[in-house]
Design a protein around this ligand. Sequence first.
Ligand SMILES: C[S@@+](CC[C@H](N)C(=O)[O-])C[C@H]1O[C@@H](n2cnc3c(N)ncnc32)[C@H](O)[C@@H]1O
Length: 335
Amino acid sequence: MTTSYSNLIALARLMANPISPQARLEKTYNAAADHYDHPALSFWDRFGSRTVERLPLAPGMNVLDVCCGMGGSALPAAVRVRPSGRVVAVDLAQNLLDKGAKRAAERGLPNIQFRRADLEDLPFADQSFDAVLCVFGIFFVPDLHGAVRGLWRLVRPTGLLAITIWGAKMFEPADDKFWEAVRQEDPELFKSIKPWNKIVQPDPLRALLVACGVTDPDVVAEPGTHPLDTPEDWWTIILGSGYRSTVDALSPPVRERVRVASIEAVRREKIREIRADVVYAIARRSPGSVGQSLSGLRFARSERGSNQRSLKRFDERTGDIRAQNVLRQASCLRR
Ligand SMILES: C[S@@+](CC[C@H](N)C(=O)[O-])C[C@H]1O[C@@H](n2cnc3c(N)ncnc32)[C@H](O)[C@@H]1O
């Protein structure tokens, strides 16, 4: 296919389907909901639970889970904070939220509420949660800094922020087989949807968090694999993941050829497991954080000692905290 011809096809697709990236994600995960809870995709629950295991959650805590899917992390969090603690679990995809609510009812967890909300526009008051979680979701937004700052502002003093992302080479070596099959059929769609590759290493994640004013994040990479019990499991994973939009963009005969080629390649190369490396970041907000906005600037008590009057200046635009010894009385922050 020549470049100009494929550009024309891209333009035609765009005109036929003029939806925002956010609406596209919502559509993708609403469609993926029909395969999301298949046992072949047990990694959603596995890494959700693993994220929660790493957190010192306790009964009575108030937890927010953003990009919650069908509750991979929200459900184990609800178990940890019950009976008096609550979890609010939000996502764009209503079909996943409905499945999450069903699972919560089946597990006897009335302390969890699934509701639709956008990571980029969360309708909650500042510092209103003891813990804010985001598992495999932060990379979807175009403005990573804005998203992290938006989550951090919701964490109360001494509260926790947990962000989990995929490591490098997610789902390899099977991943390449799928994209090679797509490329053979439709070069324009090839690797068009891989937002999780935006950030996959601990150091950039740590730097992102620090740039957003997150206090001393603990960032840990955990290598892992996920089993493929049968070659067909690979196609099930594709349908229950973010690759669903690529599959749904193919015509039925092309989709069938991509399905057969993907499964055959996994069978031929005897691929029995795929890479599932994960990076976990956890941070605790300092007890002295005030985080109240004053004339477009946000101030926080110095981390060097709560008795000091020197304050750090938090630049909302860049997310930078600089110790500038801003000369203000701490009392003015409480007005
Ligand atoms: C890879 S899934 C992970 C879901 C869940 N945390 C889990 O591990 O099973 C990503 C989820 O993020 C949601 N999502 C993507 N962009 C979002 C946004 N801007 N606001 C809320 N949810 C979003 C998708 O609908 C999808 O359910």
